[in-house]
Design a binder for this molecule. Structure first.
Ligand code: SF4
Length: 409
């Protein structure tokens, strides 16, 4: 059976963080959450029928903040996926948690429902930095959540951290890393602040009220993290991710390895059969469509199947956006995402997917690649082409060199 990852989006938060442009709402009434979960059940049932030929081996419940909805809802969502998809016995099931919103009782409910990986978005272990980011929790609340998760039996925990953020000196960043490492989570993600349009930080920056770290500081903070994590026994397997060996995120690996996944819920994206799909991002549209189906099944199923994409089997709803990858899109995506992995791009797999060697699609880049390897920015070893640690510092420039593969008819 083909493998499939399932992403489930919970678009609710207690309060919007100042840097965040994710699809999430902080002001919807409580009853919308219940209606949304019921709509999700309908979507899960409907898509489960379409993906009977697949085995789902990862589920990722993300957001937003999945822990702002009742834990019982999450248990029901997991149950609904189990009933409607072929779920692998050892499936990785992750939920994202925000320290200000999760209790020991909720963690017990998640564990009992089969959730076996917890991803805690703490971002910093310094209260001043947390407050500057607009986070709703303190470092102490995070510690309590972390220990409660261990107590509830979670033996696969990720901690999300951010660097190059306001009020964070290099010393504070090092202190945060030291404490995070001391806690021994199985996985640590570390992202630098990205200024996104429409966020509070963006407005502050435009008004001259926000100073950003310069590039040199950003890079020093990044290398400090990589060095400390490696010394502590973490495998730096992706540009912004490190894990104890064997605890790499199986779900996120699908994004970086060009594997298939479906996204369920508001605005969620899918990649199946070489096509990208996205659900509507408008809550009223999403609810109106799926609530119409009721929770006992999908009366419109046969009609909808007639509208299904013939290659991927994905049902195309009236409000969906669908993008068919051209061959050039797919090749560039494979390279762009593959170069994020520190192991690099698997050249044999590239050939098995696209039918030709990578260099055949880039005849004019042979000298460039050679020069990057000679300068220590790239490596080509044992059938893998990748970025070295210094290459990661200029990754955007290197990746963009591959944006236009040479395609013959
Ligand atoms: S908790 Fe996460 S999704 Fe919600 S506003 Fe903050 S960063 Fe965005």
């Amino acid at each position: 059976m083909k493998k499939l990852g399932i992403y489930i989006h919970i678009p609710f938060c207690v309060r919007k963080c100042k840097y965040c442009d994710f699809l999430s709402f902080d002001s919807l009434k409580e009853d919308v959450k219940g209606r949304y979960v019921n709509a999700l059940f309908s979507e899960i049932k409907m898509q489960g029928k379409r993906f009977q030929g697949y085995e789902a081996d990862t589920i990722f419940i993300g957001g937003g903040t999945p822990t702002v909805v009742q834990a019982e809802y999450i248990a029901e969502i997991v149950e609904c996926v189990k009933e409607n998809f072929h779920l692998a016995e050892a499936a990785e099931i992750t939920i994202e948690a925000n320290p200000g919103t999760v209790t020991p009782e909720m963690l017990e409910i998640y564990r009992k429902s089969g959730v076996n990986r917890l991803s805690i978005g703490v971002q910093s272990l310094d209260d001043k930095v947390l407050s500057a980011l607009g986070r709703i929790h303190t470092a102490e609340e995070f510690r309590n959540t972390y220990f409660a998760a261990r107590h509830a039996g979670f033996n696969n925990i990720n901690i999300d951290l951010m660097f190059a953020v306001p009020l964070q000196t290099e010393e504070i960043w090092e202190k945060t890393l030291k404490e995070a490492i001391r806690l021994k989570p199985e996985h640590i993600s570390f992202y630098s602040l990205q200024l996104e349009e429409g966020t509070e930080f963006y407005r502050m920056y435009k008004e001259g009220r926000l100073t950003l770290a310069d590039d040199d500081t950003d890079r020093r903070m990044y290398h400090t993290a990589v060095k400390m994590l490696k010394e502590a026994g973490y495998h730096h397997y992706e540009i912004s991710n490190a894990a104890k060996p064997g605890f790499e995120s199986r779900h996120n690996m699908k994004y970086w390895q060009f594997d298939e996944y479906i996204g369920l819920g508001l605005g969620a994206s899918s990649f199946t059969g070489g096509k990208r799909f996205a659900n509507t991002s408008i809550m009223d549209e999403y609810l109106a469509f799926y609530e119409g189906m009721g929770t006992g099944g999908c009366p419109n199923f046969d009609v909808l199947c007639k509208n299904a994409d013939p290659v991927s089997g994905q049902i195309i709803l009236p409000q969906d956006t669908v993008e068919k990858n051209t061959e050039a899109d797919s090749i560039f995506e494979y390279i762009f995402t593959g170069l994020r992995l520190t192991s690099g791009i698997d050249l044999a797999r590239f050939k098995s997917i696209f039918g030709k060697n990578l260099q055949d699609y880039y005849p004019d880049k042979a000298a460039y690649i050679k020069q990057m390897i000679a300068s220590g920015f790239m490596f080509c070893e044992s059938g893998f082409l990748g970025l070295t640690l210094s290459g990661i510092d200029i990754s955007n420039g290197i990746m963009s060199e591959f944006s236009e593969p040479y395609i013959t008819d």
